[in-house]
Design a protein around this ligand. Structure first.
Ligand code: BGC
Length: 389
């Protein structure tokens, strides 16, 4: 008995010291990062962007838009950038599209350069939502309006509108996907095991997602239907700085060695497709096979994730049509530059600490093996060849 307790304590201590939590990862992120990309996104075909026709070139309207995107390391942002550029150019805007490769200072410099070059409007998908306050104030001083793209810009009154997906809805959709996929209501009190991989603490979306997820799952944790053997269920304990796939894999490896030597892990509640890939690698490394493969969730319906869903190694992902988001964002650019009325459907949820930002929330949709053909292929997001190729 003593031996058992000792080994349990040892494994808890081991995991605690090995887990790369948000705090530890912060230091790592402060270290010199890879050089920031100043190039535009890779051509859409290479980046597996949603299947779509090219827009006809339009005559210049003399206005330019600076589009600041976080990273090309995840496919969704490549698609977002490509869609925004295409939509804006079709309306005659010149577009300066920049990616900062998750380097906060690089993003600040890119936005400063956009302001200096005299852009008419800024569209920003922030890396660290609170780190842009000064550069946003500079834009406001120069009379340049700002639209927040996908991620809320915090602690500033310089932002006019916010185009995003219903971020809490993403969390509830992931929760509902787990509830249905693991058939939780028919396993009451059975102690299915679950571990959590949550989003970046400097991204406002991540906490919204967590809250939505827990709204669905907390009752099942409370009544013992779900058991989290690492005990790491809070946002603080499960968030992963900069949505790092590597950290997700490392955390999952540590969970598996620390807590799942005697009992299998049944569910990986993952907030992002990149985390799902990290979890998959860790599970394969730990010897899991199709026989005992856990249910793994994700977010974004990246091409790789949809391939994995079709093949059965990822249970679900959340479809966020980046074409729709870009279209909504463009109406906001037109509103601030041409006095048009953008469609707004939320004026309460997105308080950034200074103002409640008028927002348009697109609706996320859960995708599994059952509906990916209808939703993803039918919706023209990827072709069957892209998925099966
Ligand atoms: C986005 C997600 C994305 C994540 C990681 C979030 O802000 O809303 O769609 O998965 O960032 O890139």
């Amino acid at each position: 008995m003593k031996k058992k307790i000792l080994s349990a304590l040892l494994s808890v201590a081991m995991v605690a010291s090995l887990l790369v939590g948000c705090g530890a990862a912060k230091e790592e992120a402060a270290a010199p990062a890879a050089p920031a990309a100043t190039e535009e996104a890779a051509p859409a075909e290479e980046a597996a962007a949603p299947a779509e026709e090219a827009a006809p070139a339009a005559e210049s309207n003399g206005k330019s838009v600076g589009v600041a995107m976080p990273t090309q390391s995840s496919e969704r942002w490549i698609n977002d950038g490509a869609n925004m550029k295409k939509e804006l150019e079709a309306l005659g805007y010149t577009v300066d599209l920049q990616y900062a490769e998750d380097d906060v200072q690089a993003q600040v410099s890119q936005i400063e350069n956009m302001i200096a070059s005299g852009v008419s409007c800024l569209v920003i998908a922030a890396i660290d939502s609170s780190a842009l306050v000064n550069v946003e104030a500079q834009a406001a001083q120069a009379g340049i309006p700002i639209i927040a793209y996908d991620r809320l810009l915090m602690d500033t009154d310089a932002v006019s509108y916010y185009a995003t997906f219903d971020n809490k809805g993403v969390g509830t959709a992931i929760g509902e996907s787990i509830k249905a996929g693991a058939d939780l209501d028919n396993h009451k009190g059975e102690g299915l095991t679950v571990e959590f991989l949550m989003g970046s603490p400097d991204d406002n979306n991540a906490l919204f997602l967590y809250n939505g997820l827990m709204e669905v799952l907390q009752p099942y944790l409370d009544d013992g239907t779900l058991v989290c053997k690492s005990g790491r269920t809070s946002f603080e304990d499960t968030c992963i700085l900069r949505w790092s796939q590597e950290t997700a894999q490392q955390n999952m490896e540590n969970y598996l060695t620390g807590f799942y030597a005697d009992q299998k892990l049944d569910i990986v509640a993952s907030a992002f497709d990149g985390f799902a890939y990290g979890a998959k690698a860790a599970l394969e490394g730990a010897g899991y096979t199709a026989e005992d493969w856990p249910l793994i969730t994700g977010q974004d319906c990246e091409l790789m994730a949809v391939k994995n869903i079709a093949a059965g190694s990822q249970y679900s992902s959340i479809y966020k049509d980046t074409r729709l988001l870009a279209a909504k964002c463009v109406t906001m650019v037109q509103a601030v530059l041409e006095g048009a009325e953008p469609e707004i459907n939320d004026t309460t949820q997105y308080n950034n600490g200074k103002i409640v930002v008028p927002s348009y929330l697109c609706t996320p949709q859960n995708v599994t093996k059952e509906n990916y053909e209808e939703v993803i292929i039918g919706g023209g997001y990827y072709t069957a060849d892209q998925i099966n190729g």
